[in-house]
Design a protein around this ligand. Sequence first.
Ligand SMILES: [Zn+2]
Ligand SMILES: [Zn+2]
Length: 362
Amino acid sequence: MYNNCKGEFKGLVMKEILWKAARATTVPHFIKAMEEMIAVDPRACNWLCERPPIHWSRSHFDTFPKCDSLLNSLCESYNSAILPAREQPIISMLERMRLILMQTIHKRRDAMMRSKHPICPKIVKRIEKTKDELHNWIPRWVGSDHEVYGPNGMQYRVDLVNKSSGCRKWDISGVPCVHALASIKFLSQDPFNYVHECYKVDTYLKCYGNLLSPMNGRDLWPETDNPFMLPPNVKKRSGRPKKARRREPDEPQDPTKLTKRGVKMRCSACGTVGHNKRRCKQVIAPMRRNANATTNSKATPTQNTAPRKAKQPMVRKNATPTPHVGSQQSKATSSLTINNKGNFGRKVGFVTNSRALSNQKM
Ligand SMILES: [Zn+2]
Ligand SMILES: [Zn+2]
């Protein structure tokens, strides 16, 4: 969603506020972030209000699924896995997907069976990381609940029985937040006992316990009486079907190439920053002067005709066909028509210039 938003409302400030609103776990914090956004750009707030926050802000997420993911990387990795299968015929596609699933389930199950901790490793890492912030929070025990005080007057209520914290992080994700960890530490208990069931290795192994069993090749499949399966009638669209992923506006269109964004252009002719050789005044000005000199030289026919005759066909090829009058006159008219014509102006102008230069030398 941020990528859609960034097309219309650009800027680092907007990005930070949008992410702040998305990461906010409580409604008051979400409203505060939206108020900040109104101060920066009210249109962006209107744009966001059309999209229900239950889909993009943690503050409105349901506490049942125990998922606090804000990114759609899950479906993108699924898409990238089935990408080669997508363009195959139906049976081959399903076969390929079955193979991917069969291997993935087996691999995941075996990796987790090696785990010695009762909780999945990523959650263990997350809790260990949260423990680093514990020194900021002081719990006060009142009955069965805790009141946890933190920096900037922040204060949350932690309910260890219902596994809930005032910040809602624990409720949404199922992993104890820093406030819960402070209370758990206060009671000298093991924080891993407070992690939701879904993050336990046993649950993981139950999910991945149903392996897809290997099967024989197509020639050994049992035959059916059902009619032969035909591909669907699909109208062929014009053009080549698109395979490449649509890239984001700020993503490089060709990942193998480095962007030129931020690189200062330096002229190879004069060495100054800010323009290149094509727009260089030191290159263009003498060229113009020479072009004028050739048009003016029409009046003073004092040049040698021998080299001009040799180069004339090349010039006439690009210029409009002009009737022959004489070698000198035709040369002058050709340079004039070239100056009036936009298309060949530069290329042919350069040719006339070189001719003029050679003439001047002689
Ligand atoms: Zn909390
Ligand atoms: Zn220059």
